[in-house]
Design a protein around this ligand. Structure first.
Ligand SMILES: [Mg+2]
Length: 176
C-alpha cells in the first residue's frame, strides 16, 4: 500500500500563517471565508502575490501551525499500514523549509516527493492520496485512485460518492 500524504492544508495549516500576514495589509479575511481554491479572485488578490506570500510563509516555517495535534503519532500509525510518502506541490525553494517543519513536528514518512503543480500528483504511482485540494481530487478520481479528502473550508462543496472525507487524519487509518 503506497500512501501519498499532502502537506499544505493537511499537515501544515499554512493558510493561517498567510492570513496573519494578509490581514495586516488587506481587508480582514477569516479561514471560513476561503470557500474555494481560487478564493484570491473573489478578494481581488493577485494570484502571483498570493503564491509568493505563501512561499514566504514557508521561509518562516517555525511559525506555521499544524492542522491538528498528535500528527507525529498519527503518521506513525499510518506508516504501520503502508509506505507513506510526502507528496507536495510547491516552489522548489521551499522544499528545505518544509523538510525542517516535518522534522520539527516529528512527522513519519518514507520519501519526500515534490512536484511542480498539484494535478501532476495523480500521475504518480500511489494507491491512496490524502489531500485537501478540490482540483487534485478530480484528477485522482480520473486516474481511479482512492481519495481521502482532508476537510477544509475550500473543499466543502466537493461531494463525489467515491471520496472519503475526513476531519481528522486518524480517520484515514480506518478507511485505508
Ligand atoms: Mg494541500
Amino acid at each position: 500500500m503506497k500512501i501519498a500524504l499532502d502537506v499544505d492544508g493537511v499537515l501544515a495549516d499554512v493558510i493561517e500563517s498567510w492570513l496573519n500576514y494578509s490581514n495586516t495589509i488587506r481587508p480582514k479575511i477569516s479561514k471560513n471565508d476561503i470557500t474555494d481554491w481560487n478564493f484570491w479572485k473573489k478578494f481581488k488578490i493577485n494570484r502571483y502575490d498570493f503564491y509568493t506570500e505563501l512561499s514566504s510563509c514557508w521561509k518562516n516555517w517555525n511559525s506555521i501551525p499544524t492542522t491538528e495535534n498528535n500528527l507525529s503519532f498519527v503518521t506513525k500509525s499510518l506508516s504501520n499500514i503502508g509506505q507513506v510518502d510526502i507528496v507536495t506541490a510547491r516552489e522548489r525553494s521551499t522544499d528545505s523549509f518544509v523538510k525542517s517543519w516535518l522534522n520539527y513536528h516529528d512527522i513519519s514518512y518514507d520519501n519526500y516527493v515534490s512536484v511542480i503543480d498539484g494535478p501532476m500528483k495523480a500521475d504518480l504511482d500511489y494507491d491512496v492520496f490524502i489531500d485537501d485540494s478540490p482540483l487534485n481530487v478530480s484528477n485522482f478520481l480520473k486516474h481511479n485512485k482512492k481519495v481521502i479528502l482532508y476537510s477544509q473550508p475550500w473543499n466543502k462543496h466537493i461531494s463525489e460518492d467515491q471520496i472519503h472525507r475526513i476531519s481528522n487524519l486518524s480517520e484515514a487509518i480506518q478507511i485505508i
